[in-house]
Ligand binder design. Structure first.
Ligand code: BES
Ligand code: MN
Ligand code: ZN
Length: 498
């Protein structure tokens, strides 16, 4: 897809998209289109239910005396913001693509009272169009024309060209990070095993100036990472720890922000084997690691003025003669011992050592981990919110605000000593599962046991949002969503850059 910004000009081909505010108040561009089409829009309004609400579209095909193939009058509603602009462009582009249109020009004037700046409006329209253009067709060999995106040219007309291009450069970096994360989640597990994931992270991020170190099993063993290594023990594929550092702050010595991701490239459950149906989709169990990797790409590509470190634990959880058993006791890098009563509660075992490593090696300001950690969070929050757990109200509030601002909402869940008690083991420092209830909370309590020095920490359980079945939300494709890149990028941009 070719995306460009241009100063307002006559539109003479492809689709022309103009807006009306709530109550059918035609914007100047819409009035222009109405006039150019000999009043086709006004006539159309008389015979339709269109009232200018968001999501509404009045489409006029092949109007006489105009080069354009169609005019689309779209509802801008009452409060038109960046996310409304993104959803608008994404849904209109989806619709045009299905209709077979090849080019579109957006000429959207801000409705009265909107707080959005014209340059930002243009950039958010572009962002929505870009996110919608994502497709993952690497493994198709047939009927490719059915999957090909017909819509190839997107032009956004704006009176604030310079501002638009500047805002877009930052959003383009975020989209690139999201696409990388989506690709990683979508890749099948026979292709994307730990070493391959690590290699892709290194290749892509090194080019952007990120330092990428890869630790193999021998190095992790030396560090005492018995918890992470136990999970990968039943796999033919070597476990990896990838450490990505971006030093963009002008203060060289500034403590970094840290992101840690669960990267279970395939979760069979191990010897506590999942059912066939439960195992399907478990290639996506590295969604946390994908989000962290995508975030590092976004930060580096937009040259964010922050020191950031991303650490991902990459393993494959498989049943095998060498696999760890339910009842095994492992020793984590922190020194704490864990009785592994269910090998399917493996994500927390991976994160435990990744958290210890991150804190001890990088002394971050705070650490946020992302993980497709529990089925229970899907039961609790569905696909609308990720679960947020934290030991720090300020960090939690900032994360919640960032999520709200960019359309990746989170919902804070409770924690406390009575939940923590559920992790008591008969023979070790803790067991890796709690009771039958509150499974997402006991998982978070487990992680909190690896937070050192009262460091601000937050855990995002993204099991319900890292991928989606079927097409539901305009900005997200089927399957890998890239969830996490936007919220982390926004958090950094809002609070941690100099
Ligand atoms: N990766 C799963 C969680 C998951 C389930 C993510 C469904 C996305 C969709 C995790 O490793 C897991 O198996 N968790 C168990 C924990 C239980 C054994 C305590 C679960 O949620 O059932
Ligand atoms: Mn599991
Ligand atoms: Zn898992």
């Amino acid at each position: 897809m070719q995306l460009s910004f241009a100063a307002p000009r006559a539109v003479s081909s492809g689709a022309w998209v103009v807006g009306a505010a709530d109550g059918n108040v035609l914007t100047p561009a819409a009035q222009k289109a109405d006039k150019a089409s000999g009043g086709a829009l006004s006539r159309g309004l008389k015979v339709s239910k269109f009232t200018g609400k968001p999501g509404q579209v009045l489409e006029i095909l092949a109007p006489a005396d105009l080069g354009v193939s169609r005019i689309l009058l779209v509802g801008l509603g009452k409060s038109f913001d960046g996310s409304a602009a993104e959803n608008l462009a994404a849904s209109i582009n989806g619709r045009l693509n299905t209709a077979g249109e090849t080019a579109v020009t957006y000429e959207i004037d801000l409705p009265k009272g909107s707080k959005l700046k014209p340059g930002a409006l243009a950039a958010h329209l572009a962002f929505g169009a870009q996110l919608k253009s994502y497709a993952f067709n690497h493994y198709r060999t047939k009927n490719l024309e059915d999957y090909e995106q017909r819509l190839k040219t997107v032009t956004i007309l704006t009176g604030a060209l310079a501002d638009a291009k500047k805002s877009w450069a930052a959003l383009e970096a975020v989209a690139a990070g999201m696409f990388f994360a989506r690709d990683l989640v979508n890749e099948p597990p026979n292709v994307l095993y730990p070493a391959e994931f690590a290699k892709r992270a290194k290749t892509t991020l090194t080019k952007l100036g990120v330092k990428v170190e890869i630790l193999g099993e021998a190095e992790m063993k030396k560090l005492g990472m018995g918890s992470l290594l136990g999970v990968g023990q039943g796999s033919e594929r070597e476990s990896q720890l990838v450490v990505m550092t971006w030093n963009g702050s002008r203060k060289k010595k500034e403590a970094p922000v840290a992101f840690v991701g669960k990267g279970v490239c395939f979760d069979s459950g191990g010897l506590s084997l999942k059912t066939g149906a439960g195992m399907m989709g478990m290639k996506g169990d590295m969604g946390g690691a994908a989000a962290v990797t995508g975030t590092m790409q976004a930060l580096a590509q937009r040259k964010a003025r922050v020191n950031a470190v991303g650490v991902i634990g990459l393993v494959e959880n498989m049943p095998d003669a060498k696999a760890q058993r339910p009842d095994d006791v492992v020793k984590s890098m922190s020194g704490q011992t864990i009785e592994v009563l269910n090998t399917d509660a493996e994500g927390r075992l991976v994160l435990a050592d990744a958290l210890t490593y991150t804190q001890r090696t990088h002394k971050p300001k705070f650490v946020i981990d992302l993980a497709t950690l529990t089925g229970a969070i899907i039961m609790a929050l569905g696909p609308e919110h990720a679960g947020l757990f934290s030991n720090d109200d300020r960090l939690a509030t900032r994360i919640a605000e960032a999520g709200k601002a960019v359309g990746e909402p989170v919902w804070r869940m409770p924690m406390g000593p009575n939940y923590d008690k559920l992790l008591r083991s008969k023979i070790a420092d803790m067991k890796n599962i709690g009771g039958p209830n509150g499974g997402s909370i006991t998982a978070a309590q487990f992680l909190q046991r690896f937070v050192e020095d009262k460091r601000p920490w937050a855990h995002l359980d993204i099991a319900g949002v890292a991928w989606q079945d079927g097409e539901q939300k305009p900005l997200m494709p089927t399957w890998g969503t890239g969830w996490g890149v936007r919220i982390l990028n926004e958090l950094v941009e809002a609070h941690y850059e100099d």
